[in-house]
Write a protein that binds this ligand. Structure first.
Ligand SMILES: [Zn+2]
Length: 489
């Protein structure tokens, strides 16, 4: 039976966040502990099932992952890379499947996936199949994909197809073992695509172009990759990624053709955002507009822990308080306040100085009286995926008109988990405020009557005002690029 090692390094690096990401910030899961991924709708969950499906044996080795944050510290990257290389050399393997993100940056390494791919190839030799899965927010250049046998990439944002892409990458190994040669090629576009959704007109049309290409003989996968623009470097930007069977379809030609098809869609990929105070007023107006009891949702996209935000930004919370809005809010990261709530217990009234400190963009703390409504351990399971979230001591505090979830750890809001863990049913609340750029939509589009994305200060601020200095120019929309032929190479 063929043996397939499972490894991973997943980090989405926001280079505008100056503090490096240390080794201690990574969750490193080794050996049989990775078996917990079986049955989950995650990349690794898909990899296990894909390996089973092709009649091979999964050999779980090690996956290192951290929340999106600043550049990976040089010593942390060196340690993780060394552990991954040691792991794949420590046991006999016939192939390796790797869970990647695609937007990893370490101190001194702009493109972690390119560097890791080259290192794995050097360690395992030219003939070992090494396949991987990528996040839609991957910054890809030809160098990124050069050393991998093949790479698959998530197609949707929210990323509802992580399992399918992990499984697909693993199943491709059967083709390789059957003698097919796979080709993964990328066509970079001169395009900084600010975080959007795949439900908007332009990005949805791009998926249709790619889906049509996948119907052609020999085209295994075609993806319009959004890229991750909250980073500065020559690798940053959107792209088209194509995997084909060599001899049946030319991946390079398909990627180039799709890039030309997607490029004219660029004006149609924008999500409307509201300034913070305006977003509160829009939400209040929408609440009052009819008798529909479902909640209105405001998302503070600019302090999104899923994009490198520190999670203690107080801009939206302050605007809700200023407006006297009857909101429930998740979350403010403040381990000191969470600990005080646990110390004093439910019913206590505390003088708090809440949040606003972790970054110059955080907005300063909110000094207020807060009543402790509930306590929690910060643990919940992500709906439909199975990820176990662990945020440590948490509390629900009532500050004037707003019930605020305060956590010790940092995590973007995907579903109602951050609320249910402190006893709140968001469906019973008129106004739900949260920190997330887009992943929240998969759950909240089903339970809310309106969604109001808000853009204020923060490390995941999505605008063309970010201080990019090293991205390849020209790049749209910073420059009026008119010809896709100037695409980055
Ligand atoms: Zn992503």
């Amino acid at each position: 039976m063929k043996r397939v090692g499972i490894i991973g390094l997943e980090h989405e690096t926001n280079t505008f966040r100056s503090a490096p990401t240390t080794l201690a910030e990574f969750t490193i899961t080794r050996g049989d502990d990775l078996l917990a991924e079986r049955g989950r709708r995650t990349y690794a969950g898909g990899m296990f099932d894909g390996i089973d499906a092709i009649g091979a044996e999964a050999v779980p080795l090690v996956i290192a992952a951290a929340q999106p944050s600043g550049p990976i510290a040089a010593d942390a990257y060196a340690a993780i890379k060394a552990e991954l290389l040691t792991a794949v050399r420590s046991v006999p393997l016939d192939a390796v499947v790797v869970q990647l993100h695609g937007a990893g940056v370490a101190q001194g390494v702009d493109d972690v996936e390119a560097d890791l791919g080259a290192a794995l190839r050097a360690a395992l030799g030219p003939d070992m199949p090494i396949v991987g899965s990528l996040d839609l927010h991957a910054n890809l250049t030809p160098a990124t994909v050069e050393h991998w046998t093949a790479l698959s990439c998530v197609k949707f944002y929210p990323h509802t197809d992580m399992y399918e892409r992990g499984r697909e990458a693993a199943e491709w190994l059967a083709r390789v073992w059957a003698g097919e040669q796979l080709q993964t090629r990328v066509r970079p576009l001169p395009w900084l695509l600010l975080p959007t959704a795949t439900s908007v007109d332009g990005t949805a049309a791009a998926i249709e172009c790619c889906d049509a290409a996948e119907l052609e003989p020999g085209v295994l996968d075609a993806t319009f990759v959004h890229g991750f623009p909250l980073a500065d470097g020559p690798q940053v930007g959107a792209s088209v990624l194509v995997t084909t069977v060599a001899g049946q379809a030319d991946a390079e030609a398909v990627a180039q053709r799709l890039a030309a098809e997607v490029w004219p869609l660029r004006e149609r990929c924008h999500v409307e955002m509201f300034e913070i105070a305006e977003s509160v007023q829009v939400a209040l107006d929408r609440m009052a507009a009819d008798d529909d009891p479902r909640p209105v949702v405001i998302a503070e996209t600019s302090d999104n822990p899923g994009g490198g935000g520190v999670g203690d930004g107080t801009h939206l919370l302050r605007a809700l308080l200023d407006a006297g809005a009857p909101a429930v809010f998740a979350a403010i990261v403040d381990p000191v306040v969470a600990a005080a709530a646990h110390e004093h217990g439910v019913g206590a009234v505390l003088d708090v100085s809440l949040g606003g400190r972790l970054d110059p963009t955080s907005g300063g703390p909110i000094d207020a009286q807060a009543r402790v409504l509930a306590l929690g351990d910060g643990a919940y399971e992500l709906r439909g995926v199975g990820w176990q979230i662990r945020l440590g001591p948490s509390a629900l505090l009532r500050v004037a008109t707003v019930d605020v979830v305060v956590t010790s750890g940092n995590q973007q809001v995907f579903d109602d988990g951050p609320f249910t863990m402190v006893g709140v049913d968001v469906r019973q609340r008129p106004l739900v405020a949260l920190k997330s750029a887009n992943h929240y939509r998969e759950y909240y589009r089903r339970v809310s009557k309106a969604i109001v994305p808000a853009l204020g200060p923060g490390l995941s601020h999505q605008s063309t005002t970010l201080p990019w200095e090293r991205v390849r120019r020209p790049v749209w929309p910073l420059d009026p690029v008119v010809d896709v032929a100037v695409a980055r190479t």
